[in-house]
Design a protein around this ligand. Structure first.
Ligand SMILES: C[S@@+](CC[C@H](N)C(=O)[O-])C[C@H]1O[C@@H](n2cnc3c(N)ncnc32)[C@H](O)[C@@H]1O
Length: 203
């Protein structure tokens, strides 16, 4: 089974509120964006956004230039349906981030729980190629990965775990670390998952 089949099956078999990464309110992402981005007129992209409610909340706050990219068309179909008429305000891209060729640049790049699935060096190099193409000097990058004491697997897949130093090393010197913190995410069934969050600015 390839990766898009895997993720489509996950989303087709499970309701949004039954996956470990579910959040009713993506409050940490919203607060990070509020702290580092002034105004709502920038271009925002959620990498591996899946069925996340983040774009709904950003649209409600007045953001107009919103894009969600995910390898799973099934996840994006659910998110589109949920947004109803507002779905036309969002650009939806079905793509593998390691193969995607960005056609424009974004002021804000958000990735919650996607980069850590890239367990092969070639995939991480391809991710870096994409982020360099899709951001500009001053772009803000918000990334959350499993922390060193976080889960070793998620959704049946192995993951890499990061602290802020190792994630900074992956992104390279084009990205300056502005802020980092830990979060103990509570899954819908009440277990804790240790995440490491970083905010970078493209220099
Ligand atoms: C753990 S979920 C997180 C979803 C969302 N970011 C959130 O916070 O609710 C990981 C997401 O990454 C997507 N994904 C996994 N590998 C990907 C890849 N190579 N390219 C794009 N999306 C990918 C999956 O389909 C899934 O939606």
């Amino acid at each position: 089974m390839n990766e898009s089949d895997h993720w489509n099956r996950v989303y087709e078999e499970k309701a949004h509120e039954d996956v470990s990464w579910f959040q009713q309110l993506p409050s940490i992402s919203l607060a990070a964006i509020d702290r580092h981005v002034s105004g709502h007129s920038g271009a925002f992209i959620d990498i591996g956004g899946g069925e996340s409610l983040l774009v709904d909340h950003l649209a409600a706050r007045g953001w107009k230039d919103l894009t969600v990219l995910d390898i799973s068309g099934s996840a994006l179909a659910v998110a589109k349906q949920r947004l109803g008429e507002q779905a036309v305000m969002v650009r939806w891209i079905i793509a593998d981030i390691t193969r995607w060729r960005p056609e424009r640049q974004y002021d804000v790049w958000h990735d919650r729980a996607v980069f850590h699935f890239l367990t092969h060096r070639d995939q991480r190099i391809a991710y870096r190629t994409a982020i360099l193409k899709a951001t500009h000097t001053g772009s803000i990058v918000v990334m959350a990965t499993f922390a060193p004491d976080g889960p070793e697997r998620c959704s049946g897949l192995a993951v890499e775990r990061y602290d802020s130093r190792t994630l900074s090393n992956e992104l390279g010197s084009d990205f300056e670390l502005l802020e980092d913190w830990r979060e103990m995410h509570q899954t819908p069934w009440g277990s804790g998952q240790s995440f490491n969050w970083c905010v970078f600015r493209r220099v």
